[in-house]
Design a protein around this ligand. Structure first.
Ligand code: SF4
Length: 359
């Protein structure tokens, strides 16, 4: 195991953990507080930048292999609709992506939780990469800090208002690091985001949803439904064979929701697969009685999936039917699809091309 594998990563630590670490190096609590501010408020990329800390402390931390995880910005792509996609590189040379989506006075950031993904959703480009590894809490929060820095440079005055764990990976597969990142991102010294403006999106990992329900502070929950029956969902999202629709819905019925909170169901509309009026009827029946809303997402075509986007008429008819049947339904307009930043398209261009050639 290399020194880096064993390293303590400052960006993954809570304030309390940082104070404890600094105490182990013979320093008082306020030094831990200072260090935490450098890392999470000022976003320093190395310990050397923490200028008001004693040199002896910095040297001692360095000697002990303490690092400050810093992702590197490898590339930024800008869509004609204002969406920005950042490709970021980890210390061990892995690529991940995060997307900034402006919408009126809102700025939503979509962040990744894993390098690749182990689940095999058939419409998703990330799925084709397979899972390389989980991201650390530090690597998850650094996506937000780097996006903040980009906005400060390119769009002063704009700030990230909403955060969605909908990028590469299944967040509930990386449960502990994702929960730790939520603690860091909601801290008032750090990014100071309200948990009510953070959404964790899952394919429906039942044990993870149950575990999330037991957390003291819970983000919003979004669940990818994407089919109106098990037969189709088994194909589109193979995880359904393990946790079929009824098991998933029963788990969600038991999920403790805060007052006036709703579960969001995501439904990627695939031409000829799950887009008929019968599908709409079945979806409405499944969701009846749930405090929920349904986001209909017309499929964003990419070379790694065999599906097509339905026609505008089909999309409208589907949405209207579910809405008439009493379910709050919203159409998610594709954003950033000219730079492959739209939902289901994350896997950088080079990786996409390599995978296409292998087929
Ligand atoms: S949709 Fe999400 S969970 Fe499914 S394969 Fe893609 S990244 Fe993984």
């Amino acid at each position: 195991m290399s020194r880096q594998d064993k390293a303590v990563d400052l960006r993954s630590l809570t304030l309390e953990q940082t104070v404890t670490l600094v105490a182990e190096h013979g320093q008082p609590a306020y030094r831990g507080d200072q260090l935490w501010r450098w890392v999470h408020r000022n976003g320093v990329r190395s310990l050397d930048e923490a200028s008001n800390l004693p040199g002896a402390l910095r040297a001692s931390l360095d000697e002990a292999g303490v690092i400050c995880t810093a992702l590197e910005v490898a590339d930024v792509q800008r869509s004609v609709d204002g969406t920005r996609k950042m490709r970021l590189e980890t210390r061990d040379g892995r690529s991940i992506e995060t997307v900034l989506i402006p919408d009126g006075d809102k700025m939503t950031q979509c962040i990744s939780s894993q390098v690749g993904c182990a689940l095999d959703c058939q419409f998703c480009a990330t799925a084709k990469l397979g899972l390389t590894r989980n991201l650390t809490a530090g690597e998850i929060v650094d996506q937000v800090y780097l996006a903040k820095a980009l906005l400060a440079e390119e769009a002063p005055g704009q700030r990230i208002t909403n955060l969605v764990y909908m990028g590469m990976g299944e967040p509930l597969h990386n449960f502990d690091h994702v929960m730790q990142s939520l603690v860091l991102l909601t801290h008032d010294v750090g990014a100071n985001l309200s948990h009510r403006r953070i959404t964790v999106s899952t394919v429906g990992l039942v044990p993870g949803i149950r575990k999330l329900g037991k957390q003291e502070v819970r983000p919003n929950l979004a669940v990818s439904l994407n089919a109106s029956n098990d037969e189709v969902r088994d194909v589109v999202m193979p995880i359904n064979k393990k946790y079929p629709i009824e098991v998933l819905l029963q788990t969600l019925r038991e999920f403790p929701l805060e007052k006036r909170r709703r579960i969001t169901f995501e439904y990627v509309l695939l031409a000829g697969v799950n887009d008929t009026l019968d599908d709409a009827d079945r979806v409405a029946k499944l969701l009846r009685g749930f405090p929920c809303k349904l986001n209909v997402i017309p499929f964003n075509p990419h070379p790694l999936a065999p599906y097509k986007r339905p026609s505008r008429e089909t999309i409208d008819a589907f949405q209207q039917r579910v809405r008439e049947l009493g379910i709050a339904t919203y159409l998610r307009t594709p954003r950033g699809d000219d730079i492959a930043a739209a939902c289901g398209q994350l896997a950088n261009r080079e990786q996409q091309q390599e995978l296409v050639q292998l087929r």
